[in-house]
Design a protein around this ligand. Sequence first.
Ligand SMILES: C[S@@+](CC[C@H](N)C(=O)[O-])C[C@H]1O[C@@H](n2cnc3c(N)ncnc32)[C@H](O)[C@@H]1O
Length: 319
Amino acid sequence: MTVSAPEFIHETVLLKETVASVLNVTVAALETGTIKKTGTFVDATFGRGGHSRLLLTYLDKDSRLLVFDKDPQAIQTAQALAASDARVIVIHDSFAKLQDNLQRLGIEQVDGIMADLGVSSPQLDDGSRGFSFMRDGAVDMRMDTTRGESVAQWLKRVDETVLADVLYNYGEERHSRRIARAIKQMDHYDSTLALAETIKQAHPNWQKGKHPATQSFQAMRIFINNELGDIDSFLDQSLMALKVGGRLAVISFHSLEDRIIKQFLQKHSKGQYPEDANLPMPPKRPKLLSKPERVAPSDSEIKTNPRARSALLRSATRL
Ligand SMILES: C[S@@+](CC[C@H](N)C(=O)[O-])C[C@H]1O[C@@H](n2cnc3c(N)ncnc32)[C@H](O)[C@@H]1O
């Protein structure tokens, strides 16, 4: 499903696979067109609503779909959808505030939660958002432009060593120290292209087909949006938020995100021993999730949408 709004397009990744997963049916069953479910569902990352729009076609009129996004432009698109579909409830907030928002709305638990992590194509394609090292714009990179500090503001005040740690920890950038030094020597941070060029010049090891600023830009974006911290709290809250039998389906785009999701699903699908138990044979914790499933995009999806290349869908059922 391709959705444009207003001038940028987001090609949804693992569309049918994610919707089938959150509804607990197979893609083949989805394609019969006979599925109609009732319930309350969450799209934690609305974006341009590709997953939400398809899910809505399988929900009856009494169902509800709560859609979250941090991004004001995504929220504008979600509000337009809600204006024509009363089942849609729009929440301009981080998915890390899942429980707060459910409580505020008087919703105890939900039947399914899906999340498609990271940035959308419109965020990357609009140079003025500052996410891209290919298009010039202010060095911003905030998903929620209505609050918080931009990367430019942060770069002005951050210590070189802290910057290097961020580049290393969130970008797995091996040359973080020399890149951090070069960035801190810049006079101003008002151009993504200038920042990308500085990183390129400082980077000693250019790889074919990959801009040398790729990992540093990813690191600054993850840091400024607290992306990994948000995923941690969201996953923890999803256990409380899901009804027994409810489904959790999460798409990641890089190894740092995927590691968190994989470890979370593994931990809760195995009975764990409490770490502080002092007993010779401590009682097992109940399993909270079923054995996790993993789906990667098909070759044909990757061919038509190269962004799908690194996507991975992991899912499980609340027990
Ligand atoms: C890959 S896009 C989702 C695309 C969507 N599935 C579609 O088909 O249009 C990710 C979206 O998640 C949003 N996002 C990222 N982190 C978030 C968070 N912590 N809370 C809420 N939204 C977040 C981004 O602003 C972006 O719009």
